[in-house]
Design a binder for this molecule. Structure first.
Ligand SMILES: Nc1ncnc2c1ncn2[C@@H]1O[C@H](COP(=O)(O)OP(=O)(O)OP(=O)(O)O)[C@@H](O)[C@H]1O
Ligand SMILES: O=C(O)[C@H](O)[C@@H](O)[C@H](O)[C@H](O)CO
Length: 186
C-alpha cells in the first residue's frame, strides 16, 4: 500500500482485503448468465465505494421479452443495450464505477472501450456444470437456465491485449469478490 492509498477503516469490509485506489478505472464484471456478475459486482462496488449499475437495467423491454421467451439475443438486439452501457461508463470514467455486462464477444468489449479506453474487465469464469447448477437454484429471474448453452457458445474469452483478469468462481461470493479486488490494477 502506498502513502496515497486511503486506509481502510478498522471493522469495515475493506479492512480484510487489499483496497484499490479510489481513482480505479471503471470495471466491467463480465461472464455468462449465472456466473455471478450481479452478486459479485454489487459486493465489489460496495468494497470500492463506487457507483454500481446492472446490465439488465439497460435492456430495451423487447430484449427482456425475447430472453424470457427462451430465445438468445443476437448482435442487433445487443447493439442499443451496449450503447446505453457505454454511456454509463463514459459518465463514470475518471471517478470509477462497477457495471455488470455479459460482454461475451470481443467486439462488444471493443464497443464499451470506446467509452473509456482504460476499461478493465473481470471475467467471472467457472465450469458449465457449476454455473448450470447455480442457475437452476436461482429463483425469480427472467433468464431461463436453458439459455446458458447459447451464452457459452457466444463467449469469446479476454484476449492478451485486453485489460482485464479471469476470476475463478468456485468459491463463495465473498471469496470471489476478494479475488476480484486483488486482480484490479492499482
Ligand atoms: N460465488 C458464488 N457462490 C455461490 N453462489 C453464487 C455465487 N455467485 C453467485 N451465486 C448465485 O448464483 C446465482 C447466479 O448469480 P447472479 O445472478 O449474480 O449471476 P449473473 O451473472 O448476474 O446472472 P445474469 O447474467 O443471468 O443476471 C444466484 O442465485 C447467486 O445467488
Ligand atoms: O448478452 C446477453 O445475452 C445478455 O446480456 C444476457 O447475458 C442477459 O442479460 C443476462 O445474462 C440475464 O441476466
Amino acid at each position: 500500500m502506498t502513502a496515497e492509498d486511503p486506509q481502510p477503516e478498522s471493522g469495515s469490509p475493506a479492512a480484510s482485503g487489499p483496497r484499490p485506489r479510489s481513482t480505479a478505472p471503471v470495471v466491467v464484471v463480465m461472464g455468462v448468465s449465472g456466473s455471478g456478475k450481479s452478486t459479485v459486482g454489487g459486493l465489489l462496488a460496495e468494497r470500492l465505494g463506487v457507483p454500481y449499475a446492472e446490465a439488465d437495467d439497460f435492456h430495451p423491454p423487447a430484449n427482456i421479452a425475447k430472453m424470457s421467451a427462451g430465445h438468445p439475443l443476437d448482435d442487433a438486439d445487443r447493439a442499443p443495450w451496449l450503447n446505453s452501457i457505454a454511456e454509463w461508463i463514459a459518465r463514470h470514467n475518471g471517478d470509477g464505477g462497477v457495471v455488470t455486462c455479459s460482454a461475451l464477444k470481443r467486439r462488444y468489449r471493443d464497443r464499451l472501450r470506446e467509452a473509456a479506453p482504460g476499461l478493465f474487465f473481470l471475467h467471472l469464469d467457472g465450469s458449465a456444470e457449476l454455473i448450470a447448477a447455480r442457475l437452476q437454484a436461482r429463483m425469480e429471474h427472467f433468464m431461463p437456465p436453458e439459455l446458458l448453452r447459447s451464452q457459452l457458445d457466444a463467449l469469446e474469452p479476454l484476449e492478451p491485449d485486453e485489460a482485464g483478469a479471469v476470476i475463478p468462481i468456485d468459491g463463495g461470493p465473498r471469496e470471489t469478490t476478494d479475488r476480484a479486488l486483488a486482480a484490479l490494477p492499482r
